[in-house]
Design a protein around this ligand. Sequence first.
Ligand SMILES: Nc1ncnc2c1ncn2[C@@H]1O[C@H](COP(=O)(O)OP(=O)(O)OP(=O)(O)O)[C@@H](O)[C@H]1O
Length: 605
Amino acid sequence: MYGDFKKLLSLFNRKERLQIAGIMFLVFIMALSQTIGVVSVLPFMDLLMNPEMVQENEIMNWVYTTFAFEDTMSFLYFAGIAMFLIILITNAISIFTVWVKNKFIWRKSHKLAMDLLSKYTYSPYTFFIQHNSSDLTKNVVQEVKQLSKYILRYGADLLTHSLIAVFIIVTMFIVNPIISFFALVVMGGLYGAIYLYVRMKLKIAGDKRLKANEYRYKYVSEIFNGIKDVKINDREEYFLDKFRENSLKEADNRAYSKAVGRIPRYLLEVLVFGGIMILTLYFMTMQGTIHDVIPILSFFAFAALRLRPSLDKVFRSATKVRFNKSVLDLIHEEFNREFEEQKHRMVRAVNSSDSEESLMFEDKLELDNITFTYPRADRPAIRGVNLEVDKYESVGIVGETGAGKTTLVDIILGLLKPQSGDIKVDGLPLTGDNIEAWQSMIGYVPQEIFITDDTIINNIAFGVDEEDIDIEQVKKAAKIASIHEFIEGELEKSYKTVLGERGVCFSGGQRQRIGLARALYFDPEVLVLDEATNSLDNRTQQQIIQSLSEITEIKTLITIAHRFKTVENCDRLYMMDKGRIVAEGSYEELLQNNVAFRSLAKANR
Ligand SMILES: Nc1ncnc2c1ncn2[C@@H]1O[C@H](COP(=O)(O)OP(=O)(O)OP(=O)(O)O)[C@@H](O)[C@H]1O
């Protein structure tokens, strides 16, 4: 319990903890005012039953004479209005407190989602290789909300209503300890016994819900991302069944926790009503009349009326907090995930970009004895690679599938951090401090182009604010990528055409050209193409190679290619096999001197 409390508190900074203290104070005032509301019933009912109290009771008498009431009736009216005002004010205080509390909780929910998303976004690329994107989406979108709603909100409710209940119970004890004792034993015992009984069951149900929810997101994402395969292989029912199974599990576990939360409420209603009946009958039998005990009965009835919802909320909140303990564990764990690179970047993001080192690329890029093993892989994907790329040079990387070409490029891009060896730009090793400067010089076209459900302009000027987009630059990039004519000639809305989610409205080759235009829009020093022209027909490919060879006069080009035609004109080629560089030279040199290259080139023309 203490551990959970510490975990929860660790999600708040100093300022937020102070705000919590402020809210606690408000809650205290609210509990106090609710108690005053309850207590004020007693003298009022006493007064109604015995109007002569105006003279007998010192305080009432003082009010009566000070404000010069004319008769008892007018004093009764006054007392009634005062009573009404007290209840009005106590409820107004409650509304205000609830508003402040909710504002804090939902702002915190927004901040937690924002912080978690930014933590994920700044995580190293290897993190994304190891995690399912639907799982990360679920954590940011749903589980943070679940934490806010069920741990923060109900945790706050638990505190608030515990405090109100304690105040009301203390008052009840002051008024009549014996009745209060019995009432408390029955009510508290009931809640306590049920809670102890369901405590463990709630935790297990909470764990099951979390797991089932993870699978729900996973299957939805698999259906939508793989819809073509799902349809062609006739697997609709398989995925729907998987979703159904987990969705039902999620729903049933939620329903269980909700139903458990409500059990005592109904039992208690019966108990409170029965208790008041028994008390009334007891006084009738013992004293022959209930006239004298009406004030005290009214007090207990009103106290029970106030106490029951509070006890009920305490119980329900406790069950909800318990049910969602696994969510607290999960979010706490996610926030405490630490990466070397990430620490570095987050700190820099906070401290502005001053600490970012500048980097020039005037001479050459060198890879010095690089070795890289993927997390959880048992052998290295890159082994002792040495490689050089001069400025304005065009370099091709070839090799059979699985040789390590993409991995090597990811290392050059600074996405993967090698376990040993250095990447040097003009002799300067790349570090956390200059990696962003290096990345800002690179334009990258991956194998799979990511297209956003947005216009062509926004897809080419990727992540640039609408008002900052240089439309001439967009067109220039599109021309080099051989897509400008198609956009202007064939598309009704030209550059304003919306491409659809993941670019479904475009062919593979068109998407690749958009990807190329995107890389070119930012006018990079180094252009890295990973099979970037493999979906293109020969004519378009030649067109692009021609345009690119014109720009390599002023750019450095690194190309991975299966089709050797693409790299025929490169100044230098590196051939990879099983993570090593096994040959280096110009296309002609390799063709003449290397048997393996010759057979690969023959197979992949
Ligand atoms: N995320 C990963 N986790 C573990 N191993 C991986 C991962 N990605 C790639 N590998 C392994 O690393 C090796 C190199 O893969 P890489 O994708 O770099 O090859 P490639 O030459 O680009 O292949 P292709 O031409 O088919 O794209 C392969 O053996 C592959 O199985």
